[in-house]
Design a protein around this ligand. Structure first.
Ligand code: NAP
Length: 336
């Protein structure tokens, strides 16, 4: 079978197309014929080598993939050959809170091979059925970005109709956050650094702030909410956005710390959290149970993900360059 491995090309991480033996499922295991995969910002960090020393040589990258069950091992009861499934991001996190260390082992990172390959072997507990109205490309967008947004807004945040949600930028997590917020009847304020993405955000039902021309976007959020602030902020910026989020949150509001797009370290004034009585919560994607709850909501709302572009399997390196360019709106997929 064909697969991509992470290789070192001239000192920089890159993708190498290789042949590997097709695996066979052992007891409790499921062999998936992968039909589509999708990219996340984390894959860029893993492949280009900025995720630290923990990535094994020759790792197959990408957490997100969907396909059909080709074969099952003995004792498998959760799925059957022919079922349409996706792998879950954190194979060991089924429900509840993640036990210490469990959230560290995820597909396409560290020692755990990911989904950029024709066949993937997963334990039956680490797969979910995909929404019935989805293509494989659509289903491949879900395991990381969508589950993260769902966890932040619904599982952890308990978003309610009429609340105001702020999402930052137009990447995978934020566009799912926008869609789930609208699905829940919430008002959405979205930021973007790109003038030409503003119209598309409005089409999806968001009010828009350009964080480049309005660097103090928190002040604009306060204006738009009559001085109250937002109920929820999905913070994907990290060091450069968290202080603004603390200015834009309403009293008792909910900030989820999700991403580090602008850096990992910075100063946070604890008084900001205290005075706003803010809930500041770290998110690490989510459990299988959250994924399944989300899929039910997606099906009953006939919701569809926003896919910017689908690349062919041979074009995987170009897909990664496209992600790095930041030109995308929503998700980038790879057909396998
Ligand atoms: N904790 C978790 O469980 C978890 C899960 C998934 C992702 N993440 C993290 O969340 C972040 C987003 O991931 P993703 O896969 O959605 O990324 P992505 O699809 O690559 O999206 C990146 C987008 O972020 C926007 N952006 C860049 N700098 C920004 C800034 N200063 N302020 C606001 N927006 C900015 C840009 O949108 P515009 O062009 O519109 O400005 C850019 O297109 C990453 O740091 C990722 O590692 C964390």
């Amino acid at each position: 079978m064909k697969a991509y491995e992470i290789t070192n090309k001239g000192g920089e991480g890159a993708l190498a197309l290789v042949d590997r033996p097709k695996p066979s499922p052992g007891p409790g295991e499921v062999l998936i014929r992968v039909r589509a995969a999708s990219l996340n910002y984390r894959d860029l960090l893993t492949i280009r080598g900025r995720m630290g020393a923990g990535t094994k040589p020759g790792l197959i990258p990408l957490s997100d993939g969907a396909g059909e069950v080709a074969e099952v091992g003995s004792g498998v009861t959760r799925v059957r050959a022919g079922d349409r499934v996706a792998g879950i991001f954190t194979p060991g996190w089924i429900s509840g809170r993640p036990r210490r260390g469990v959230a560290d082992a995820s597909l396409g990172g560290g020692n755990t091979d990911g989904m950029l390959r024709e066949y993937a072997l997963l334990h039956e507990s680490a797969v979910v059925h995909i929404p019935k109205h989805f293509s494989f490309e659509e289903a491949a967008t879900l395991p990381c970005a969508a589950v993260t947004a769902w966890n932040a807004l619904v599982a952890a945040g308990h978003v309610a109709a009429g609340e105001t949600v702020v999402v930052q930028g137009t990447g995978g997590v934020s566009i799912f956050g926008l869609q789930f917020a609208r699905m829940s009847g919430a008002r959405v304020i979205a930021t973007t650094g790109s003038e030409n993405k503003m119209a598309r955000l409005r089409e999806l039902g968001a009010e828009v702030i350009n964080y480049k021309t309005t660097p103090d976007w928190d002040k604009r959020v306060m204006e738009l909410t009559d001085g109250e602030g937002a109920d929820h902020i999905l913070d994907v910026g990290g060091a450069g956005t968290l202080a603004h989020a603390l200015q834009a949150i309403r009293s008792g509001g909910f900030i989820t710390v999700i991403g580090l797009l602008t850096g990992m370290s910075g100063e946070i004034n604890p008084l900001g959290i205290l005075f706003r009585a803010a809930h500041v919560v770290g998110i690490r994607v989510g459990s299988r149970e959250m994924f399944e709850d989300m899929n039910r909501a997606i099906e009953s709302n006939r919701m569809r993900p926003v896919i910017d572009r689908v690349f062919q399997f041979e074009e995987a390196p170009a897909a990664l360059d496209y992600l790095a360019s930041g030109r995308h709106f929503g998700k980038i997929c790879i057909r396998v």
